[in-house]
Design a protein around this ligand. Structure first.
Ligand SMILES: Cc1cc2nc3c(=O)[nH]c(=O)nc-3n(C[C@H](O)[C@H](O)[C@H](O)COP(=O)(O)OP(=O)(O)OC[C@H]3O[C@@H](n4cnc5c(N)ncnc54)[C@H](O)[C@@H]3O)c2cc1C
Length: 669
């Protein structure tokens, strides 16, 4: 048995995993990262649009602060996030942006004076303050109150990942590439590391560690069409699920992005709409204002995706050999803007569609995009069930996104979460010793070896590529944007039948090294269990919330469903997960449930909502009626952070005499 020891083991070399690794290495801990691919190829590199943080440098961001970012995030989540986590996040996002600047991210900057932007399909001139000149710019994104999405043109993820990976390299953090973690070593209470397989040689290794952090990204590829990279297959979530004790949170919370190109499913960033792009139907009509007069194309993603689907169901989609689609029109932004701020979008259109988006409309359709669900953790990022198991980034359900994450909040979560949780992981490693149980480790190696032997030496007849394809189609057809009871039951039945068929998997290629068919066979069983947590969670949740939209239960039901779905798989032979629920306590919420400001307001109220609103009014009165915002925040919902992250954030508005009630610029031409 090959054993490798470290203090802090991180599974995944995307933004989240690398940021945790840097945090533990900074504390002098031995740190090691595993990745399927070279770190700089992680899916984080694909993020185009930007990263949210309330810097408040620009005229449209002036007056922004942690409170407004927090409120946008909670409303976006449809009130199902952990509000203390959303607070921790909003407070640290400006610090993360500034740290990234120090590490070399070339953020797009503010130029003082007039600049033309497109708003609501009209050209508008904004006047940026001379004091803001050279500071980090922000664009309109994610349906937020203020413009706060910082960006490097439309290559934000790329520049962030390169900067963070370079930092990790300069600190001497080893990344073991082309290594796939396939099971966690644990005794039901304590996680001791992972069993991983080298994708090149086929060798099995045990990585034993004080802490193990799952940072493996989302599970988008359980769907047929997704904006996710091919490596986003949910094996990280399966690692936790297969322990039988660790829980996955809100797996049914899957986001569909409104504007992926047809048919390839490659994303065109929300920055297109943020910068002024509009959606048109087959007649060229701009339809979003008909449905969402307030936010139009900039309502939250779940709302825009649903409106587009509704409009196509009315026959207003443009027919194509790949089914109906709508149009994204960015021609109105002009060539110069597109070639400066949306250059990756332009290249995607040229290479994959053969069109010039400066002149032609882009065919788009809502497509699977983001996994709000994941490995459930507490606010420090640790699994409540398995000591020493942490999770961060898209792989996790830390839960600042609830049932819909805002555009620009995910890249921010990776580095902010990595910064905060990285500190808690470091603390854990300093306070706990390495636990090594060689017999237990051998048991997990033997189990995986046995699974591989059966696949390679057995004479099963099922093709793993075929099973995966069938699973992806089921998820696409029955667990998509609009869901209903009968279709979800059909999905569960078909997924279970596919899981049964995995017992009879057979391989044509019998190699134990460099064998994609073997890799696929090992993954498809795990992916099917993950898919079943999504389908079963969606079938059980008889309400509509955020991205989970039930045609048969159209109301958000705070009375019965203000909770988080937790899924475990305690019996390995079972064909379905066990679901249980974690209630959200309205009496502890800083922002009690209410209307999001877009979409339908058809909520069934929680009995405590009114009581909590009254309590909040009382707290405000007791603080003198007009307390400063930090005092009020602490009185309503105190939250904790590592001490070095607690200080307040400085802003231009601290010294500049411009407030939201004194708008500068924004004169229509
Ligand atoms: C096209 C696109 C554009 C986006 N644009 C934006 C945006 O503009 N703003 C925004 O906020 N968000 C955006 N997002 C979302 C955001 O990019 C992701 O949520 C985020 O980058 C995920 O980072 P991560 O570190 O959690 O995971 P990833 O970057 O996906 O990294 C996962 C890592 O885990 C490794 N791994 C996986 N499984 C295993 C295993 N079993 N063993 C070992 N290693 C493993 C992989 O090799 C990889 O290194 C976008 C997403 C997409 C799909």
């Amino acid at each position: 048995m090959k054993l490798i020891y470290t203090d802090s083991l991180v599974i995944g070399a995307g933004l989240a995993g690398l940021r945790v690794a840097i945090a533990t290495k900074e504390q002098g801990l031995d740190t090691l990262v595993l990745s399927l691919i070279p770190a700089k190829r992680s899916h984080s590199a694909a993020a185009q649009g930007g990263m949210q943080a309330s810097l408040g440098n620009t005229v449209k961001g002036m007056g922004d602060n942690e409170d407004i970012h927090f409120q946008d995030t909670v409303k976006g989540s449809d009130w199902s996030c952990d509000q203390d986590v959303a607070r921790m996040f909003a407070h640290c996002a400006p610090k993360a942006i500034r740290e990234m600047t120090n590490w070399g991210v070339p953020w797009s900057r503010v130029s003082a004076g007039p600049r033309d932007v497109i708003m609501n399909a009209k050209k508008v001139t904004l006047h940026e303050a001379k004091e803001a000149h050279g500071l980090i710019n922000a664009r309109d994104f994610g349906g937020t109150e203020k413009w706060r999405t910082c960006y490097t043109a439309d290559g934000t993820g790329h520049s962030l990942l390169y900067a963070v990976d370079n930092q990790a390299i300069s600190m001497g953090i080893p990344v073991h590439e082309r290594i796939e973690a396939l099971s966690l070593i644990h005794d039901g209470k304590r996680c001791q590391g992972v069993i991983a397989r080298c994708l090149v040689t086929g060798e099995l290794r045990a990585y034993v560690a004080k802490s193990t952090t799952i940072a493996t990204g989302g599970y988008g590829k359980i769907y047929e069409i997704s904006t996710n990279a091919t490596i986003c297959e949910g094996i990280g979530q399966a690692l936790a699920l297969d322990t039988g004790v660790a829980t996955l949170g809100n797996m049914e919370a899957v986001q569909f992005h409104p504007t992926a190109i047809v048919p390839a499913g490659i994303l065109t960033t929300e920055g297109c709409r943020g910068d002024g792009g509009i959606l048109r139907d087959k007649d060229g009509h701009r339809f979003m204002p008909d449905y969402e007069p307030e936010k139009k194309e900039l309502a939250s993603r779940d709302v825009v995706s649903r409106r587009m689907t509704e409009h196509m169901r009315k026959g207003m989609g443009n027919d194509s050999p790949y089914g109906p689609h709508l149009w994204l029109d960015i021609t109105i932004l002009g060539r110069e803007h597109i070639e400066t701020n949306l250059r990756e979008v332009k290249e995607i259109c040229e290479y994959f569609l053969g069109i010039d988006p400066c002149k032609e409309w882009i065919p788009v359709r809502p497509t699977q995009h983001y996994s709000m669900g994941g490995v459930r953790t507490n606010a420090t990022g640790e699994s409540p069930q398995l000591k020493g198991l942490f999770s961060v980034g898209e792989a996790a359900c830390w839960d600042m996104h609830g049932f819909n994450r805002l555009g620009g909040n995910s890249v921010a979560e990776t580095v902010v979460g990595g910064m905060i949780i990285g500190q808690y992981v470091a603390d854990f490693c300093q306070q706990n010793s390495l636990e090594i149980d060689t017999a237990l480790t051998q048991q997990f190696i033997d189990k995986l070896q046995n699974e591989i032997d059966n696949l390679v030496d057995g004479n099963g007849t099922e093709n793993p590529f075929q099973l995966k394809k069938e699973m992806q189609r089921v998820m696409m057809d029955y667990v998509g944007i609009f869901r209903n009871g009968p279709e979800l039951e059909k999905a569960i039945k078909e997924l279970k039948a596919l899981l049964v068929r995995t017992k009879n998997l057979g391989l044509k290629c019998k190699k134990r090294h460099s064998n994609p068919e073997l890799v696929e066979a090992l993954r498809v069983t795990r992916m099917l269990r993950v898919a079943l947590t999504v389908a079963c969670g969606a079938a059980a949740r008889t309400e509509s919330r955020g991205a989970h939209s039930r045609e048969d239960y159209p109301q958000r039901n705070d009375k019965d469903w203000l909770n988080r779905t937790l899924a475990t798989w305690p019996d390995a032979e079972s064909l379905e997960p066990v679901l249980h629920y974690e209630n959200l306590d309205v009496m502890k919420m800083e922002l009690p449930p209410g209307y999001r400001g877009y979409g339908n307001d058809n909520t069934i109220a929680h009995p405590d909502t009114e009581k909590r609103n009254q309590e909040i009014s009382k707290v405000i009165a007791e603080l003198g009626g007009n307390p400063d915002r930090e005092t009020l925040q602490q009185a309503l919902m105190p939250y904790t952070l590592p001490s070095h992250l607690q200080p307040s954030n400085e802003r231009l508005s601290d010294t500049l005499a411009v407030t939201p009630s004194q708008p500068v610029g924004n004169k229509p031409l």
